[in-house]
Design a protein around this ligand. Structure first.
Ligand code: ARG
Length: 308
């Protein structure tokens, strides 16, 4: 237990004046969750220097609505600074003019144990991004880089829990890509069906808050309304202790969050979700993502995790 709420650890150590009864320390809520332990992460991100909304491939994208690219860059820099202040390392890939969605690094690779499964985009407008990221991996010492043959939008739809890869389908990633992911990464895959076009990627509907360890199952948050009835009951069976997000949490892309096991970086508007997370022992770090949200993205979309 690290210096977590050190001052607040015990409710009261003072015994009642009139008796000699030994009063044992009673844990507060904070102590009950003091096991939320952050681990340092390595992320790959892409500055939104060429960010615009000039085509529409999800319901968030309205090309007639103006986008402030300079503000997007400022918000992205603040996101990077947040990660760095939490002790995480941020690698950068150069943005490419003409690829306005390249800022959404999470869509271009899934890296587990140093193995890389690249991306294959559904929309032709994004297709070229995959090869820029593939080359970044090769230039940065990754030897085991596999490119998918089926549509696979990487961490947009593939979420590592520490023991299984949760894999979304319905709008982008092809269900056949789930089996490919299992072969390429050598991890068990659990398929989940998305049904609401506003939540077209798994990472806008579900977030892993703390990964599974030998001692504990993974802890997640999700918005049930984004999933088919069968998937909802599968999620209930797998994660009975999950934090259930409300529609308002999901509608500001609050679930498109990044957790290090304790600190959760999420959209500032997701106040209800932030309070729930706090009650579960996490520390929310709100960020302003107003510009990237015009493209249907939030903190997680901008952040690919490099695991091993
Ligand atoms: N405009 C992008 C698209 O529709 C947003 C991608 C967001 N990324 C994510 N990981 N959900 O493809």
């Amino acid at each position: 237990m690290k210096e977590v709420n050190g001052v607040n650890r015990f409710r009261s150590m003072t015994p009642p004046a009139s008796t000699a009864t030994l009063v044992l320390p009673v844990p507060t809520a904070a102590v009950a969750h003091a096991e939320r332990v952050p681990t340092t992460r390595r992320y790959l991100m892409c500055e939104p220097r060429h960010f615009t909304v000039e085509y529409s491939i999800n319901p968030w994208m309205d090309p007639t609505r103006p986008v402030d690219t300079a503000l997007a860059v400022a918000q992205w820099n603040a996101l990077v600074a947040t990660y760095e202040s939490l002790g995480h390392r941020v690698e950068r890939i150069d943005p490419v003019d003409g690829l306005p969605d390249m800022v959404f690094a999470a869509n271009s690779g899934t890296v587990i144990g140093g193995r890389v499964l690249g991306a294959r985009f559904r929309a032709p407008q994004r297709a070229a991004e995959a090869d820029h990221y593939r080359r970044w991996f090769l230039d940065h010492g990754y030897r085991d880089v596999v490119m998918p043959t089926r549509v696979n939008e990487a961490e947009g739809d593939l979420t590592w829990t520490g023991e299984v890869l949760l894999a979304g389908t319905g709008f982008r990633t092809d269900p056949a890509a789930h089996a490919e992911a299992q072969e390429a990464l050598g991890v068990p895959v659990v398929s989940l069906s998305l049904v609401d076009p506003a939540y077209y990627h798994l990472d806008v509907a579900l977030v892993v808050l703390s990964e599974a360890t030998r001692a504990r199952p993974a802890h997640i948050a999700y918005y049930p309304g984004a999933f088919s009835p069968g998937t909802r009951s599968a999620l209930r069976r797998l994660y009975p202790d999950a934090v259930l997000a409300t529609e308002a949490d999901a509608a500001c892309l609050g679930l498109n969050a990044v957790s290090d096991g304790r600190n959760v970086v999420l959209a500032a508007e997701a106040t209800h979700l932030a309070a729930e997370l706090e009650a579960h022992g996490y520390t929310p770090h709100p960020v302003d993502i107003s510009e990237l949200r015009k493209s249907g993205g939030g903190p997680k979309c901008c952040t690919m995790e490099l695991r091993g």
